[in-house]
Design a binder for this molecule. Structure first.
Ligand SMILES: [Zn+2]
Ligand SMILES: [Zn+2]
Length: 378
């Protein structure tokens, strides 16, 4: 693995792009072959088999193109070669021949389609941004924990059905018995922009308190601190979130969505916005969004939440709206300054996804459980 940052013109970037795209295509073929088990019904309603076939064809061709580019630019031919081999295998197993077909709903499925599409979309948006406008220009994509972060990304996407089902349970359990259809109707009759802003605000408010709760209770902090353990903030780093953290925080955010019964378009806009925005605020980019940074959370804002220096712990809990932190006295955004480092002080974590999953249940990553609260007084 390369130690330093990749440079343009060496043929390595194109080589990696080729391998990345060929791997996506390879797995996509299986989505076409076994859609009952590998694609999500909610997602199948959004795309058509035909559009996905076109995307697959384009991805294979792009992968070939980048392999060729790498071959011409680089003295080392292995990257191009790996891309070419995976591409060839993909075509061999039906990359250009597969077709979408009608699918019978099954009891369980993996979200491989969601994983591949989101991975492609996020990489297309954020990899160029991080290359051209990096915050930390010395940081490489292939830092020591990128594989672990990728595993977090893969797991939370593949098991989307499971995560979706469990996050809905608390809301249904506590509020399912209420007659809420009158309220739903009223909310859905609001003008779209008002309804959307209200949805963003109310979910962020719930999310704020769930998040702050994770910071202020010793046992819960063990789980959430996994998310804070990243020293290398980038577009994949936000995925590093413990299962318990995902369950509680998402369940909390789902409660207002359930109770107010927002319209489908509002709900879907919220999901898409959150999927992109949550990645953005962790990204390694100095883009600062001008005055918008006072209205909506930006990378600078959330990087301060991840600041390594304990003096700045307990700031910027909101995910979308900084004014929520203003209201509750946890806002911190000093001009154009950025935190010097991100991560945790004096914390120990085992390496790897599975170990990090199990560890906080029985052990604390900190020498003293009190450290966090002592310093933040909350
Ligand atoms: Zn946090
Ligand atoms: Zn974060």
């Amino acid at each position: 693995m390369p130690q330093g940052r990749l440079k343009f013109g060496e043929g390595k970037i194109s080589g990696y792009v080729s391998i990345f795209l060929s791997l996506l295509s390879f797995f996509a073929v299986f989505c076409f072959k076994f859609p009952e088990w590998l694609t999500s019904p909610e997602f199948r309603e959004v795309y058509t088999g035909e559009s996905m076939m076109m995307l697959l064809t384009a991805t294979i061709i792009a992968s070939f193109f980048f392999a060729l580019l790498s071959f011409m630019l680089s003295k080392q031919k292995k990257w191009a070669l790996i891309g070419l081999v995976i591409c060839t295998v993909t075509i061999f197993i039906g990359g250009f021949r597969v077709q979408g077909r009608s699918v019978e709903k099954t009891n369980w499925h993996l979200g491989l389609d969601w994983l591949l599409l989101d991975l492609l979309l996020m990489a297309v948006i954020f990899v160029p941004i991080e290359m051209v406008f990096p915050k930390n220009s010395k940081q490489t994509k292939f830092h020591e924990e990128w594989r672990t972060d990728l595993v977090y990304f893969v797991v939370s996407h593949l098991f989307i059905q499971f995560f979706g089902a469990i996050t809905q349970q608390p809301a249904k359990l506590f509020f399912g018995w209420m007659g809420l259809s009158g309220l739903h109707q009223w909310v859905q009759n609001l003008p779209f922009v008002i309804e959307l802003l209200f949805a963003f605000f109310i979910t962020d408010l719930f999310q704020y308190w769930a998040h702050r709760f994770f910071h202020s209770h010793h046992y819960l902090w063990r789980f959430h601190s996994v998310h804070h353990s990243t020293k290398n903030m980038d577009w994949l780093a936000g995925s590093r979130t413990h299962f318990v953290d995902i369950f509680v925080t998402r369940s909390m955010a789902f409660i207002p969505l359930y109770v107010f019964g927002f319209s489908e378009i509002t709900f879907n806009t919220y999901i898409v916005f959150m999927a992109i925005h949550a990645v953005l605020i962790h990204a390694n980019t100095r883009i600062n969004f001008g005055f918008l940074k006072y209205i909506i959370a930006t990378p600078q804002y959330h990087h301060w939440h991840h600041c390594e220096d304990p003096r700045y712990y307990g700031k910027n809990f909101a995910t979308i709206f900084p004014f929520i932190d203003k209201i509750f006295g946890t806002y911190y955004l000093p001009g154009n300054q950025w935190p010097e480092g991100t991560g945790l002080h004096e914390a120990y974590y085992p390496k790897g996804y599975l170990k990090q999953m199990i560890y906080p249940f029985t052990k604390s990553p900190f020498d003293s459980d009190l450290k966090m609260e002592d310093r933040t007084k909350r």
